[in-house]
Design a protein around this ligand. Structure first.
Ligand code: G
Ligand code: MN
Length: 373
């Protein structure tokens, strides 16, 4: 495959141009002789098209997918190291934007990576100092108006200028693997609650978003469940569409492994990102969580129609549909009418420390719900 790609890359440029493999599946091309930006863009386009044709590997058609980052001297760097580093940053951005394309380096990319690195560093420090705690947000099941499960979310314990909102720390946390450790802690800490007579089919299960890139994920989940003595069916793990898009085969394998253990798998933020419906055929999710941007816009007919379409589809596929971000009684009634089977949001409860959760669960018993309505 590498030889096939190398040959094609050489075919894309003239004999004087340097083409190198810089490691793994990464190649670099040095365009010298004062090319224009448009030349680099045209070459990137051409390479993308050339590599889209499958390679013939002993009769197997192997598909490749190319992402390209471009840095231009002298603006983006005066020496090879800096140019390569900046081309790399542009490459990351291309991949983050959904691969298969090219991007020119922009100085903000550097600033963005630095800010992200700082945030990661601070989060790690917070974790080590025990400032990082878990909050739990109950989710209401509409068929019987009881709390069916709680989502575990990371939060910084002390009010801290570094903290920002939970929302702000969320994506970074998701990507640096802290989640797996949180999920571990979550299972361990919740086990006593779960064993205190709540282990009926109606009692809540607990879930947390996960980082699929973590190679150890499946064994970590197994050991966390074992040490918490939590049946796998009581754990829901949620992934986002962007996770499905990145290294799909590995992701699917991990998901199937988790599923065969009995863990429930949900798709978070459904309807944002690329929403490829083919994902729903590649993996039988237990739950689709409809992104809160649609719930926010329910007074618009388009958002309304989309929510109805998703709940109808989820129902036919035997999946639970959860409306996220429900903040008002009106929204609750609307999503109920539109066929959502579960709701989550500030109207039911904000994410809260574990100690507060049993009260919310009691408050959300069918009787007190009726009173409130
Ligand atoms: O993208 P995701 O669904 O994982 O977002 C989780 C975030 O949404 C958390 O920070 C959580 O506090 C927040 N959240 C939960 N319920 C609501 C709600 O009803 N309204 C708003 N604005 N945010 C919510
Ligand atoms: Mn969510």
């Amino acid at each position: 495959m590498l030889k096939c790609v190398a040959d094609r890359l050489r075919g894309c440029v003239d004999a004087k141009t340097t083409v190198a493999r810089v490691g793994g599946d990464e190649f670099a091309i040095i365009l010298s002789g004062m090319p224009q930006l448009a030349d680099a863009a045209m070459l990137a386009q051409h390479i993308g098209e050339t590599l889209r044709v499958p390679c013939d590997l002993l009769g197997h058609a192997a598909l490749t997918d190319t992402s390209i980052g471009i840095a231009v001297a002298p603006d983006d760097g005066h020496d090879p190291d800096e140019l390569l580093k900046n081309a790399d940053l542009a490459l990351y951005r291309t991949k983050a934007d959904g691969r298969g394309s090219y991007r020119f380096f922009e100085p903000e990319m550097d600033a963005c990576i630095k800010a992200r690195r700082n945030l990661e560093y601070e989060l790690r420090a917070a974790l080590n100092n025990g400032e990082f705690v878990l909050h739990y947000q109950p989710i209401l099941r509409l068929t019987d108006n009881t709390i069916s499960c709680c989502e575990a979310l990371g939060a910084l314990a002390a009010p801290d200028p570094r903290a920002g909102s939970a929302r702000r720390i969320h994506p970074a946390r998701r990507e640096i693997g802290l989640i797996v450790r949180s999920a571990n802690g979550c299972c361990a800490r919740l086990a006593p609650t779960l064993h205190r007579g709540r282990a009926t089919s109606r009692s809540p299960s607990f879930w947390s978003p996960i980082q699929m890139g973590s190679v150890n994920l499946v064994p970590m989940v197994i050991s966390a469940l074992a040490s918490a003595r939590l049946p796998a069916s009581r754990l829901d793990l949620e992934i986002t569409e962007s996770v499905m898009m990145q290294n799909t085969e590995a992701t699917l394998a991990a998901l199937h492994n988790l599923r065969s253990l009995g863990v429930n798998i949900s798709m978070d933020d459904f309807g944002t990102g690329f929403s490829a419906l083919s994902y729903l055929r590649r993996f039988p999710f237990d739950k689709l969580k409809i992104d809160r941007s649609f719930i926010n816009d329910l007074e618009h007919t388009d958002a309304n129609a989309i929510v109805l379409a998703v709940t109808t589809m989820a129902k036919s596929l035997g999946m639970i549909s959860t409306a996220e971000g429900v903040e008002t009684a009106e929204q609750l009634e609307q999503v109920r009418k539109l066929g959502c089977t579960e709701v989550q949001g500030y109207y039911i409860s904000r994410p809260q420390p574990l100690a507060m959760i049993s009260r919310v669960i009691a408050e959300c018993s069918p009787q007190s719900r009726l009173k409130r309505a």
